[in-house]
Write a protein that binds this ligand. Sequence first.
Ligand code: LLP
Length: 488
Amino acid sequence: MTSKSGQSSTAGSPLAPGWLEVPADLNALHEPLWAAGVERNSDGELTIEGLTVSELQRQYGTPLFVLSETDFRARARAFSDAFNDAFADICGGVDVYYAGKSFLCTSVVRWVEEEGLRLDTASGGELAVAARAGIPGADVALHGNNKSDGEIHRALDMQLGRIVVDSLDELDRVAAIAANRGDTAKVMLRLTPGVHAHTHEFIATAHEDQKFGLSMAGDSTEKAGLSAAEEAVAAAVRHGSIDLLGLHCHIGSQIFEPDGFALAAEKLLDFLAAMQTKYSIVLPELDLGGGYGIAYTPVDTPRPAAEIAQAMAAVVRSKCAALGISAPRISIEPGRAIVGSTTFTLYEVGTLKTVRVDSPGAGGDVTHPRRYVSVDGGMSDNPRPVLYDADYSAILASRASDAAPQLSRVVGKHCESGDIVVRDVYLPKDVAAGDLLAVPGTGAYCWALSSNYNYLARPGVVAVRDGSARLIVRGETEEDLLNRDMGV
Ligand code: LLP
């Protein structure tokens, strides 16, 4: 198998990127990309727990997010079990906060709770979903680099288990608001350990030059010598209205290797031990954030959760021993790794066209076909390709086909040439208008980032469990789209 950095394909179209292989069987499902329970039936149609995609389209329309509740629950449990096993002897296990920003609605909050996880939120709106779902505030964390006073009040009203404070300014604000209410805020401090995660620039979050967190670098504030992180610890200790639980970091997203997480853990433990000694305090909690990657294409090979958990646990174990401290209770915040692969997006094919493109590096007189397959959604239901150059894959879902593979680009229906759903994929040559395509791996940051660009209605989300489907978020209607237009 070639790597994504490869330049040219050994087989297939010269226009294809080096990593994209011509599948031996275009009808086969590459298992790591799909939720459990998704398969082709004997007629060749894609099914989920026995429900055909054509039935789902008839009932709910397209585009449609099709989410396996069974798979969501299984992944939540598996992730939690892997980390709990790895850390059992170190700190009695791990608290897993599902990162709601990846995909949130009240049903999901209830599944998370029922599977023994907690919830990470990042705004008042996400807190509103949590409140409506009825999860106890003690199991909820609130993030954000610019929390409003209203959000801080709401967090205190809901008696959240933790507010993750992002800056010195915010620490003072939280302290003042809590003091005025005669309240105490449970606080974690989000630090930037300077670990640069190998991921897209916009989803790497622990290096120095970005908006999140308190810098651990010295001389980063006017009080030379004290890092912003240490200043925050000192201030938190001074404030009677702050209960400082511990430290937090999140190094980025869609990360495959455990090294970055392990390095961040070491740096935070060094700092935690130093702060405990210097300020005669105990910091009982350490949150190592989310960011665990998933497969979007057949060449993506993320490590299993158990492997990452064990690598992180080994570092925490040896670092705490070297520092002579008892390990803090560890928490993590996976979003994508739980929900990402539970979902596929179902689209209907419309317009097709084929262009001829110069062969890369071959003068100009040799051209090759690239087929554009337009579907009934696009960047409004999945902006990740345009935002992060994210790659996806797609299959013909409504039927099997024996036709030859054709290099294709799946595009949306928006007025932008960058409106790409799957940049490069081999699909059968006979794909035609009315066929259904399925794009796997769309559970995280697709519905969550969706928009109404070009006044497209955002798709609904259908959850499948025990062989039956139900809408957990209905699709928007034209009425919804016009609702806020005041018409004055
Ligand atoms: N914790 C914190 C503090 C975070 O900021 C995030 C994600 C997570 C946990 C969950 O990360 P995950 O396990 O899902 O990777 N829209 C981008 C990803 C942005 C991530 C934002 N923060 C994307 O579509 O790739």
